[in-house]
Design a protein. Structure first.
Ligand code: C2E
Ligand code: MG
Ligand code: MG
Ligand code: MG
Length: 279
């Protein structure tokens, strides 16, 4: 089953499956069981520099539901937040990503692994302590971990969020703003929060070949990020033309299907080793 959704195919829901997913009562039980019985897995998607050398990987959670098959995180993460499971799922993601980063590191593969942390998780007071404790537990060099936050993290408890971010950065963990440009408060928080990486949302890149407006927006975001000393990543790059345009705009890093789809850990390390041999 897991192999079916592995490589390149997403299975979309029939309306029947949709109704099942929307049955919150059922999902609550299913999520509980999924946590107990290890139905989650992390996939890894490379981030590369302009020479296409891998500089890191984003860990993306996958749920292989015993009856419904693959359920995308865009569907079950919001549900898990609502139903009170996000802390447990977040803990799994953190431990597994850190364990994997350390395993690769011990094999001589230095890959910075980024995890996604939702706004709900950031609201927990002991968030930074949890992360630092896990990093220590696995003896993982902290620079091998990055945390991706979305703009919604800055809508509530701004002081606590800033304190959490400071603790993580002081420990050497990298902080990225994900899906930049899709939130509401882009420019007001960006002045007040110390971070390392800004990821331009795919929605601005999808039409970059044809839209002068989008190209101008992307070019401005890149310039602004670099002026602020941030690394800038373009998400969701699918074509060589898009890649060439971002290269011309001097974007730092690229992530997208053009380079590779998210893949299981073993496939990622094979892919990475093959790349190291080539260069
Ligand atoms: P995100 O963090 O912005 O992750 C990027 C999403 O874009 C991923 O979808 C990835 O598979 C997809 N993507 C990458 N390159 C391309 C491309 O070239 N074209 C297209 N069409 N898509 C591309 P995915 O894995 O379905 O994840 C969706 C969202 O779910 C993520 O967006 C993130 O917000 C959330 N998510 C995923 N894993 C986790 C997790 O472990 N914890 C939390 N809290 N959220 C997660
Ligand atoms: Mg992300
Ligand atoms: Mg993103
Ligand atoms: Mg996105």
């Amino acid at each position: 089953q897991a192999k079916d959704f592995g490589r390149n195919s997403y299975r979309f829901f029939s309306s029947e499956q949709h109704r099942l997913v929307q049955s919150r009562y059922r999902m609550s039980g299913d999520l509980h069981r999924a946590i107990e019985t290890d139905q989650f897995q992390l996939y890894y998607q490379p981030k590369v520099d302009l020479q296409r050398q891998t500089v890191g990987a984003e860990a993306l959670i996958r749920w292989s539901h015993p009856e419904l098959g693959f359920i995308p995180p865009g569907e079950f993460i919001p549900l898990a937040e609502d139903l009170g499971f996000i802390d447990q799922i977040g803990h799994y993601v953190l431990c597994e990503a850190v364990r994997q980063a350390k395993e690769w590191y011990d094999q001589g593969l230095s890959v910075q692994v980024a995890i996604n942390v939702s706004a709900k998780q950031m609201q927990r007071r002991d968030m930074a302590e949890e992360v630092l404790q896990v990093v220590e537990q696995y003896s993982c060099p902290p620079h091998l971990l990055a945390v991706e936050l979305t703009e919604t993290s800055f809508l509530h408890c701004l002081d606590e969020t800033r304190a959490t971010i400071k603790k993580l950065r002081d420990a050497g963990i990298s902080i990225a703003i994900d899906d930049f440009g899709t939130g509401f408060s882009s420019l007001s928080y960006i002045r007040n929060i110390d971070m390392d990486v800004l990821k331009i949302d795919r929605s601005f890149l999808i039409n970059i070949e044809n839209s002068d407006v989008d190209r101008t927006i992307v070019s401005s975001i890149i310039e602004m990020s670099q002026a602020m000393g941030l690394q800038v990543v373009a998400e969701g790059i699918e074509t060589e033309t898009q890649f060439a345009m971002l290269k011309a705009l001097n974007c730092d890093q690229i992530q997208g299907y053009l380079i590779a789809r998210p893949m299981p850990a073993e496939n990622f390390s094979d892919w990475f080793k093959a790349q190291l041999k080539e260069s």
